[in-house]
Write a protein of this length. Structure first.
Ligand code: FES
Ligand code: FES
Lengths: 806, 157
């Protein structure tokens, strides 16, 4: 049941709560149906909000007539761009350090030009949902449809239709330059060059964007919304022209995020309607709105030219990536930078030239999605590697082993990987776990295997000077409270903090209570994005808990007449190390000491080792807490963890350090492909990551399993189909994600090198876990059929086309 | 608009409402009766988070008209078990880590409950088929199948 956890040579500390596959503290409320999500509350006098969305993808907004809607009984307010004080705004993500050139510009409500279909045009608040829906239909909008541009390559050309008011549709471009690319290719014995395409995809969390808001007694707009970023309170306040401390955002348990609840969704609309009406308002997107009107994963077109010597050493890589940002900038520049830094994958290549561009079009805008610019290039560089291996007659594992980066090597950006790099080990393990190949069942069925590795950052870009804060306190009865402004989107973000506090303070997990996600009441912990919460807030919690522990031990040392270094904490007791019930120091009166049982029960400890009394060696946690309280010794701490920082990289060469560390992993897939129907069945899938240290192996494994299936959806079926800016797959019946019958049992293997920068040496795995799946699948299909599919998703139709059957 | 009076029994508690012919069981559960453990993920029958047990059958509350529930018993995740008396399925979901964001969980549990009521020894394939209409975006389904399998009766060897 529990994944194999590979041993590593490093000596591991003995943990008591960390590393144990414990049920998460939030799981019980969820099975009993008691957990209240963003849409599970009602307030007296509450109104229902609704958004009017543009019918066109490209148009000039000529006029909006809201009079009929306003007259409808039960309608309380209708708002358009003219009612928004600061309508043009940028998304900022809690970073305290302003960086130019990365502004995620967007408009709260459309004015002037419509930039994508589904863009918000007006807001309604009404007494009932059905009235709000009707009012939306009564708003008359006059548009002048414009030609628009829907292909990023076309949008880059001079003279192309301009999506916005700027001079160019190109939002930004980056480069990486290493060595001399011509020289590199001159040394290559084989060169493969291909163009890869990946589609736009949706997060398809089960909980659509949703929230409610009200005006508190003290005049604070309080928004309770499904979000990955409570720190959007600042952005919301800026839009309304209010001081930041007059907007509060609370994130309850979120029904899935995957990057889609990283940008503001309902928050600003709610705040505007509450501010205008003075009444509580609730607003939930329909599934269709969620698909057509909120940020997606960027489609990319990627041209890769890769050269290797005849013994399989990569010598040159040239890559050009074009990303379709859709109608607004949002996080496109950042996503592109991630792709740029990770464009060469976990490989050591002497000569590199990478050029990347992100471009506005009139498609649905794109922004963060699990992997944040990682999955796209991984599909290309891992497909390329297998093409080279084929030409060189090397196994996929062999060519990778000859090129993996190792600890101490420099990436193409010049950044030296100073932390642990275990990619090679992960590749060996997945192939070993795949076992002997399956036999094809019938003649049209072909078996194939594929492997793909990736390196994916965790933690935000270093030039953002990221921070997190956490508060830890002990109460008089020895119970522990953690307050930390993380958003829990299902990955166990809150529960892992409880485990860390329990470990350090020597209490059972059930003694820890965690308060999260309140911008007014919990110390700000930054975004639940970029696979950063365990790393950042885990470290902050660890730091705070250690201060509390030090104070406890100081007091206990006085009581026990020893020095704090001799003490340890476990099961709500502080004791002199090596004198403990389960080791030594069992009292003669203890039931485990066989003296009382005359041999009828199995002795736990031999009688000779039992002591008369251990009161001079052990003191109850509660007694120490009381002693501290009586003397005014603080048993709480608020700690801030500051991520290591660097200034901006050199944008002419891409040289520099962007991320604190990376997570390395490999996945292997075995497929059977029916050559007559093109149907692909995944027979086996194995995922292995160096997780550094699994804080909770059950949760970590869950991330690896869920991530692999997220990646498999990308590889096999997911596609937001757009035609001239219109989404043709606006429901979950058309936008397909894997179901329980499509899903193979993902086998997971965790390496725990202890070499991460998170607490206890943990690395982040939330996003990395989904990155190499699609290329592993593509490589397996190509192995089965002998032909390659260069475009995701790999559908039966594409397979039959590649086989020349249709 | 013409309305109808309906009466149902939700988790053993009698409930009544005035509904229109268009109102779905999901609307009534959430909007009238505050039965929030029944989730809304699509209102189109595509995701399964609204699954409830209606007279012993697993149905999508969003595709069931409120009037169709008149006179019937509705069971939700809360009706399957409670902190005082957890159902084995609930315990196994927690123990196996079958829950991440938990948004699919109430619907998964109701589908699984109906499956095991009808087929107590369901195997993995049967479990997968029974929850095929319940999407989960977080877990990859493996731990959910593990949990249901652990709650099922062991096949006789
Ligand atoms: S809400 Fe009923 S199936 Fe999605
Ligand atoms: S646990 Fe999140 S959808 Fe299933």
């Amino acid at each position: 049941m529990i994944a194999k956890r590979a041993d590593t040579e490093s000596v591991k500390a003995e943990y008591r709560v960390i590393g144990k596959p414990l049920p998460r503290h939030d799981a019980w409320g969820k099975v009993y149906g008691e957990t209240k999500y963003s849409n599970d509350y009602k307030l007296p006098n509450m109104l229902y909000g609704k958004v009017l969305r543009s019918r066109y993808a490209a148009a000039r907004l000529l006029s909006i007539d809201t009079r009929d809607a306003e007259k409808l009984p039960g309608v309380v307010s209708v708002m358009t761009a003219k009612d928004v004080q600061n309508n043009e705004t940028v998304t900022r993500f809690g970073q305290t350090h302003a960086v130019g050139g990365f502004e995620g510009l967007y408009r709260v409500l459309a004015d002037k030009k419509i930039r994508f279909k589904g863009e918000a045009v007006a807001l309604v608040a009404a007494e009932r949902r059905d009235i709000a829906e009707k009012a939306i239909d009564l708003i008359k909008v006059e548009y002048e449809p414009l030609e628009g541009v829907f292909d990023p390559v076309a949008a880059m050309q001079p003279g192309a239709y301009q999506v916005g008011e700027d001079k160019s549709n190109v939002i930004c471009s980056y480069k990486v330059r290493k060595g001399n690319i011509e020289e590199g290719f001159a040394h290559a014995d084989v060169i493969v060059e291909n163009t890869y395409r990946v589609p736009m995809v949706d997060h398809a969390y089960l909980e659509p964007e949703s929230g409610m808001a009200w005006l508190d007694d003290d005049g604070v707009i309080t928004i309770r919304a499904a979000t990955q970023v409570i720190e959007h309170f600042r952005g919301v306040a800026d839009v309304l022209g209010l001081p930041h401390n007059k907007v509060r955002v609370i994130a309850p348990m979120v029904g899935g995020g995957f990057g889609g609840k990283e940008d503001i969704t309902v928050e600003t609309y709610l705040a505007l309607l509450v501010w205008k009406t003075g009444r509580p308002v609730s607003l939930t997107y329909t599934r269709e709105e969620s698909i057509i009107a909120h940020g997606k994963r960027h489609p990319y077109i990627m041209r890769y030219k890769t050269g290797a010597t005849k013994d399989g050493k990569l010598v040159a890589m040239e890559a050009e990536l074009i990303s379709d940002a859709g109608g607004y900038v949002y996080l496109s520049p950042w996503v592109l930078l991630y792709s740029t830094v990770q464009a060469t994958g976990p490989y050591d290549i002497a000569h590199v030239r990478v050029d990347t561009h992100t471009v506005l079009t009139n498609n649905t805008f794109c922004s963060a999605n699990r992997g944040f610019g990682g999955p796209q290039p991984c599909f290309a560089y891992e497909s390329q590697l297998d093409e080279l291996a084929k030409q060189l007659n090397l196994s996929p594992l062999e060519i990778r082993k000859r090129n993996y980066l190792h600890t101490g090597d420099a990436m193409a950006t010049g950044r030296v990987l100073e932390h642990r790099v275990e990619t090679e080990q992960t590749a060996e393990k997945v192939l070993e776990a795949l076992g002997p190949p399956s036999k094809p069942k019938s003649p049209p069925e072909k078996i194939g295997r594929g492997v793909a590795s990736s390196m994916t950052s965790y933690g935000r870009m270093m030039f953002l000077h990221d921070t997190s804060r956490s508060f830890v306190s002990l109460d008089l009865d020895g119970s522990v409270t953690v307050r930390c402004g993380v958003q829990d989107i299902g990955g166990g973000q809150a529960s892992s903090l409880a485990q860390i506090a329990a470990e350090i303070l020597g209490v059972p997990l059930s003694d820890v209570n965690v308060y999260i996600g309140d911008s007014a009441l919990t110390p700000l912990a930054g975004t639940t994005t970029a696979t950063r919460q365990l790393y950042m807030s885990g470290n902050a919690t660890l730091k705070a808990a250690r201060v509390v522990r030090d104070n406890l031990l100081k007091k206990a040392a006085e009581i026990l007449n020893t020095s704090p270094e001799n003490l340890d904490l476990k099961d709500r007791e502080i004791f002199i190390q090596n004198h403990r019930k389960d080791t030594l120091g069992l009292k003669k009166t203890d039931p485990e000491c066989n003296v009382n049982y005359g041999g009828t029960r199995k002795a736990v400890v031999a009688v000779e080792t039992c002591v008369d009394d251990d009161s001079d060696r052990v003191v109850a946690l509660e007694d120490v807490v009381k002693a501290c309280a009586a003397e005014g010794m603080p048993l709480f701490n608020v700690a801030q963890f500051n991520a290591p920082t660097r200034e901006l990289i050199d944008f002419k060469t891409g040289q520099g350090k962007v991320f604190a560390d990376f997570t390395f992993g490999t996945q292997a897939i075995e497929v059977s492909v029916d050559e007559e129907t093109g149907k692909v069945t995944v027979l086996k899938i194995v995922s292995c990551y160096d997780v550094g240290q699994a804080i909770n192996p059950l949760s970590a494994e869950g991330q690896l399993e869920g991530g692999a299936l997220y990646g498999l959806g990308y590889g096999m079926m997911e596609n937001v189909i757009m035609e001239k800016g219109i989404t043709l797959s606006p429901t979950l019946a058309e936008y397909l994600i894997p179901t329980a019958v499509d899903a193979p049992d993902v086998e997971t293997i965790m390496i725990e090198s202890g070499g991460g920068v998170g607490p206890f040496g943990a690395k982040g795995i939330g996003e990395p876990s989904c990155v190499p799946t699609a290329p592993a699948l593509a490589n397996a299909v190509s192995d089965a059929l002998g032909v390659r599919i260069y475009e995701l998703p790999i559908t039966p139709e594409k397979i039959l086309k590649a086989l020349g059957k249709i | 608009m013409m309305t109808y009076s309906i009466e149902t029994n939700v988790n053993g508690r009698p409930r009544a409402a005035e509904v229109t012919a268009r109102d779905t069981l999901l609307d009534v559960l959430r909007d009238h009766w505050d039965v929030f453990e029944v989730k809304n993920g699509c209102e189109q029958g595509d995701c399964g988070v609204c699954t409830v047990i209606l007279s012993g059958k697993a149905v999508n509350a969003c595709l069931t008209l409120a009037v169709q529930a008149n006179g019937k018993d509705v069971v939700t995740a809360k009706g399957i078990g409670s902190p005082k008396e957890p159902h084995l399925l609930q315990t196994k979901f927690v123990e196996h880590g079958a829950i991440q964001c938990g948004f699919c969980t109430p619907g998964m549990l109701t589908s699984a409950k109906v499956l095991l009521d009808q087929n107590p020894k369901a195997n993995r394939q049967e479990i997968r088929e029974a929850i095929a209409g319940n999407l989960c975006r977080c877990t990859g389904y493996k731990k959910i199948v593990d949990a249901i399998e652990a709650a099922a009766a062991k096949p006789e060897s």
